[in-house]
Write a protein that binds this ligand. Structure first.
Ligand code: SF4
Length: 348
């Protein structure tokens, strides 16, 4: 593959020029656009993040606007994307960046900023600054493992990324590093798909060992963490036009300052009967079943409400940042309760 790298890079570039998706950060490229899109795209599907990206750019069009914005508002514009540390890091990044006399021009310089790891730094440096540094993400690992027919078993993503970094660097088109990196990732996203590569439509099929051997779809071999199942019980409690919410304390590792439906155990209440609703979601390798119980009034602990619990007027919900899918759940549940299609459970 390395011997044929010029022909490989040409075939890839020609395909990318016509097949690439017209994403907003490609149509209106820039350093800020690259930083925002790269951080938003981590752990989020492109289709999911598009409306968030557009809204973000309208409200925070550049580093200066983002740096000057209150943290609460930044988080509210991130709500629904999850992994809020990315929003906090982006905010801090902008605040540091606007005060830097010497703006970082290399991947190593970008890695000094909060929340920017080797992958993101390489993407920013190559795409926005034209630096010849290869990007290696999950898509690139999949493409390279199939092209080379690498059948080694990796213990995790980090090990696989490390193993393929030298090859990615050797194949990089150093005249057009940003385009080349995006083309590799786009190939993984659109053609060299997980489990079912579309080899018949692949622009680099002629270079592919995995395809020739017939087992490309099984590659790469990367050990996955086993899924752990959890069940939690939450409470929907509404009284006099207010809803009881839990505020995640400042200083918490995750989701600090955000609101969510309280856990039943916080109220010292043991769920009885059938839940009002059941929702399932995945966070990293956890599969969590959330049982939401409706109570006509809060079974207050004798000592009063713990400090993390607050009554919030329902019309004020839009001014708060709610964690994960809690706003959607609350909306759906309130609609159900108001339509009286569901009878609240009595206190156990
Ligand atoms: Fe992936 Fe198939 Fe292309 Fe090989 S030929 S890079 S397996 S899509």
């Amino acid at each position: 593959l390395i011997d044929e790298r010029d022909a490989f890079a040409r075939a890839l570039a020609e395909w990318y020029a016509v097949a690439r998706r017209p994403l907003p950060w490609r149509l209106r490229p820039g350093l800020y656009e690259t930083v925002v899109s790269e951080l938003m795209a981590q752990q989020t599907q492109i289709a999911t993040m598009l409306p968030y990206y557009e809204r973000w750019m309208r409200r925070f069009p550049d580093f200066e606007a983002l740096a000057a914005a209150p943290a609460e508002e930044v988080l509210r514009h991130w709500e629904g994307l999850g992994y809020y540390s990315r929003a906090r890091n982006l905010h801090r990044c902008a605040q540091i960046f606007v005060h830097m006399a010497q703006k970082p021009r290399s991947a190593a310089g970008w890695e000094e900023l909060p929340g920017i790891g080797p992958y993101t730094a390489a993407a920013i440096a190559s795409i926005a600054l034209g630096q010849p540094v290869a990007v290696v993400d999950g898509n690139v690992v999949r493409v390279l493992s199939r092209l080379t027919g690498e059948r080694r078993h990796f213990s995790g993503n980090a090990e696989a990324v490390k193993a393929f970094r030298p090859l990615a660097a050797a194949l990089l088109d150093s005249q057009n590093p940003g385009q080349h990196n995006q083309a590799m990732m786009e190939l993984g996203a659109l053609v060299c798909l997980r489990g079912r590569p579309l080899c018949a439509a692949c622009p680099v099929a002629a270079f592919c060992n995995g395809r020739a051997a017939g087992d490309a779809g099984d590659l790469p071999h990367i050990a996955r963490r086993a899924t752990e199942r959890l069940e939690v019980n939450r409470v929907l409690c509404i009284e006099g036009g207010a809803i009881l919410l839990h505020r995640i304390p400042e200083g918490a590792k995750r989701l600090a300052g955000q609101f969510e439906l309280p856990l039943a155990e916080e109220l010292g209440w043991k769920p009885t009967g059938k839940a009002l609703a059941s929702r399932t979601r995945s966070i990293t390798h956890f599969r969590i079943r959330e049982q939401i119980h409706c109570l006509p009034r809060a079974p207050l602990p004798e000592s009063g409400l713990p400090p993390e619990l607050r009554w919030v007027r329902i019309e004020a919900l839009d001014t708060l940042t709610l964690s994960g899918p809690h706003r959607r759940w609350i909306r759906e549940l309130l609609a159900g309760v108001q339509a009286s299609s569901i009878r609240p459970e009595t206190e156990g």
